[in-house]
Design a protein. Structure first.
Length: 505
């Protein structure tokens, strides 16, 4: 591999023609606007992020039709991604449940963001977009910290005999914080939402028990609407015992996102720490330090053990690779602080047994993995097909009634698509590691401490994501995967050195 990207540094947002048409220029502006929407939205809303990407894809194609040039870049991940996509399609066609598997093929389009960014952005634009992503992420952190201090939902003190939830698993001490995707903190708000719903509608009630979700459902009737207290509950105040999730309700997804942000910030911090030792300016050192601290705090407050552990492991791996004394001291301080805070937060937010991995959550996760491992030898080449286990949950020996996945990316990919697809996935991730690490070393030698920090941060984020994937199916989490691919692509473009960058501005 002679270069990090064969053509990407030379493919710009403005078509490479001496006098681009007005249509091409407007298409470029729309494309960049779509990417800005993506950058602002991805920490909070996958729907809004995909709208931004859709706008950019349309503008990219429209400009290509106008100029006669798509500018599709070649990268080291092309071949493993092509094989992975091909094996996924074949696996879906021969799936045990083809209807389920074929509908999941749209997830393959997530990789388009990598090529969209590399083909259409200049280094300066990429750096601005990284800044937008980080600022948007900070807004979510600020909201989460305020919500944590203010409290969430309403704590159940007792359940009346006439309550429609009397036969559910609810008990005193549980916290109701969302009904029908609407956040609530009083019985009056709950009653208003129920009265506004049509008769016969099933409302999902989000409940927290020991910090973990314990959802129930409620069917709306005229009788419920006529009651002053539709839920038939007695409540007392808000709860602060919950796992933060930003503007969403998915704390595991939010933990993966906070890990990416934190490790990106640590990459900037470590690179600038090394640069300051050589007498270079320290401005970015003092910017990256509070960023790393805030995102790390948010990660710990998600109380997601696996993601916290993977973040710590990623920092230790980078520590071994850098072999820098000051960096080693800083990372060790960070690791000790993160672990100490986690040991305090986890039992307070969840259950006292959470730190010893003897809780129900750990047992269920191990059960899912064991069931998946038993199935892989029966379908080693093409797997059972994506999502096929959802229709054969009990039959295939998965524990419990809650239908989900194996909670492990390597196991799930091998189960869904076969061992050859797993090999292509590992090859794909390996090429991303090579691209980011070589980019970091190149920028470090060139003395570009900001871009070298971005590349080191992207490498560290990949490490944390991969470590977490062993016990989380984060590859199947669209929000987390889309953010990772976007951040890595932006870092690669931001560090791309062109011969005439100033002329392209």
């Amino acid at each position: 591999m002679s270069s990090l990207i064969t053509r990407a540094p030379r493919v710009d947002a403005i078509p490479e023609r001496p006098n681009p048409s007005n249509f091409a220029q407007w298409a470029t502006r729309i494309l960049l606007c779509g990417l800005a929407i993506f950058a602002i939205s991805i920490p909070h809303s996958i729907a809004a992020a995909q709208i931004g990407l859709g706008l950019s894809y349309i503008a990219w194609v429209a400009r290509a039709l106008s100029t006669g040039r798509l500018g599709f870049p070649q990268t080291p991940i092309d071949r493993p991604l092509l094989y992975f996509v091909a094996l996924t399609i074949i696996s879906s066609l021969f799936s045990i449940e083809p209807e389920e598997s074929l509908s999941k093929l749209r997830s393959l389009t997530l990789f388009g963001v990598f090529y969209l960014i590399i083909a259409n952005l200049r280094p300066r634009s990429a750096r601005w977009l990284i800044g937008l992503v980080i600022v948007s992420g900070l807004v979510g952190v600020g909201y989460s910290l305020l919500e944590k201090s203010w409290g969430r939902g309403m704590i159940i003190t007792s359940i009346e005999d006439s309550s429609p939830l009397r036969t559910s698993h609810l008990q005193a001490g549980d916290v109701i914080w969302m009904i029908g995707r609407n956040r609530i903190d009083s019985l009056e708000e709950a009653t208003r939402i129920i009265r506004q719903a049509p008769n016969g509608k099933t409302l999902n009630i989000e409940v927290l028990r020991d910090g973990d979700p314990a959802p129930v459902t409620l069917v709306v009737t005229d009788e419920l609407k006529s009651q002053t207290n539709s839920l038939g509950l007695n409540v007392a105040g808000r709860s602060r015992r919950f796992r933060i999730s930003g503007f969403s309700r998915h704390f595991i997804t939010y933990a993966e996102q906070m890990q990416i942000f934190a490790l990106l910030a640590y990459g900037l911090l470590l690179s600038n720490l090394k640069a300051s030792r050589k007498g270079q300016p320290r401005a970015w050192l003092w910017v990256s330090l509070p960023l790393a601290g805030l995102f790390s705090l948010a990660l710990v407050l998600t109380a997601s053990r696996a993601v916290i552990a993977s973040c710590v492991l990623a920092l230790l791996i980078v520590l071994c690779l850098m072999k820098e004394r000051r960096a080693a001291l800083l990372i060790l301080v960070v690791v000790v602080a993160t672990v100490s805070l986690s040991v305090y937060v986890l039992p307070v937010t969840r259950t006292p047994h959470v730190a010893s991995f003897t809780d129900d959550s750990s047992e269920r996760r191990l059960g899912y993995m064991r069931a998946g491992l038993r199935l892989i030898p029966r379908h080693p080449i093409l797997g059972v097909g994506m999502n096929a286990q959802k229709r054969h949950w009990k039959e295939w020996g998965f524990p419990g009634d809650y239908v989900t996945h194996t909670h492990s990316t390597p196991i799930q990919i091998a189960l869904d698509r076969g061992l050859p697809a797993l090999g292509c996935y590992l090859w794909l991730m390996g090429m991303l590691f090579v691209m980011t690490w070589r980019g970091y070393k190149k920028e470090l030698l060139a003395g570009n401490n900001i871009t070298s920090g971005l590349m080191l941060g992207a490498f560290t984020a990949l490490t944390g994501f991969s470590a977490s994937s062993l016990v989380n199916y984060n590859f199947g989490d669209s929000e987390a995967l889309l953010m990772l691919l976007g951040v890595v692509a932006l870092a690669i473009v931001a560090s791309a050195q062109t011969e005439s960058e100033d002329q392209m501005s």
